[in-house]
Design a protein around this ligand. Sequence first.
Ligand SMILES: [Zn+2]
Length: 480
Amino acid sequence: MPSVMQSLSDRYEAVIGLEVHVELKTGRKIFCSCRAHFGDTPNSCVCPVCLGMPGALPVLSDEAVALAVKAGLALGCRINRRSWFDRKNYYYPDLPKGYQITQLERPICEGGAVPIETSAGKRSIPLIRIHMEEDAAKLIHRGNETLVDYNRAGVPLIEIVSEPAMRTPEEAKAYLNALRRILSYMGVSDCRMNEGSLRCDVNISVRRRGDPDLGIKCEIKNVNSVNYVGRALEEEIVRQTALLEAGEEVRPETRRFNEDTGKTEKMRDKEGAVDYRYFTEPNLPPIVLTDAWMDAVARSMPPMPDEAAAALVRDFGVKPENAALLTASVRLTDYYTRCARATPYHAVCESLFIGEILDRLDRDDPQEYLPPHALAAISALMGEGKIVSGQAKRLVHLAAESGEDPTAIAARESMLKISDEDALLPYIDAALAASEKAAADYRRGKVTAIRQILGTVMRESGGRADPIVAGRMLEERLKN
Ligand SMILES: [Zn+2]
């Protein structure tokens, strides 16, 4: 019923705001020096502070503040030179102190925006605020029992709250992708949704177009992939639109996205505003940022990923789609820049890196896989016509495994291209002898038959024959 859906979407529109929790990549907790790494043995990284033992006092991590400020600077926020923590009181098994330390009244950052690009073009999604807080422990539900892993208690978080300014699932997905790209490039967070280092709560209401009210919103909690955010929103738009169209009210609810059914389900009614009895956290002094400290943080930041990508296109002729891949992290950008500076054969270098190295890295350092000068040397061998493309690819991995000089490996492994006619002659003769039918076809006018003979030359020479010279020799022989 596309026409019915179309007429509905002409009359209704969605209002979407996202609350994104991002774990700061300090490697330590926010108020104690316990390690904070995904995948550690449960409850192995805890101390009296993060377990909420009586008398244990929090000490704020400077590094966490620096990363929160970096996030704010990258997103164009106003940085509050003086902010403070508040205590949010509630009991839950994942909260050993019985309260969470967060920022309510004066967050560290306000305003700012996330630039996005969708099929409708470019726009900016304004932010309300970014505040710092501690993560709760992780509850693990298994059948009838629930286990608690306190390793996550006290991990530093920022919560990034957008204005309800998005109108489509596509915009919400673009917003998350842009946020992930910027924050991971800035080294603020890993932003891995599958590991929970970026978590997203989705607020959505549907209203009649032109209505100044936002409508009654539902919150979909903890959606853990960008795709699921898109699907959860699509489902919720259909559900809320159907309610409004039937003359019913949308009830304010907290919902969850069921990954198995692809539907959203009610978790609980949203009560009126819960009173968390906030008050200023008495055990922590305010955060006061000096000019000198702010300057040092700003100076330590890399350029924005879009600027870095534009520089790769401008300086080394990198294709725009590859430039986006090469600016997934500062380490990748730096590595590739060093490679490209060491060789004039930029196109070869780009295709070898994208095709042979990038996918194998996972979380490894490209520098450890293959030093930049080695990739530059292989690019030069191919760019100067000394090795063919297949051998260049093989050489990348041989050099990576052995750590030897690529030129020495190419010579020892007989990888250098055969362009000399005398050296090619035995391969040409043998291929012609083995391809009588193709040769006859060619002579009868089927010019494409030569490809099969050239294929034999290439195979028998181990891919080393210069295909241009060999092709010309074959043509000459077949014409005589
Ligand atoms: Zn601790």
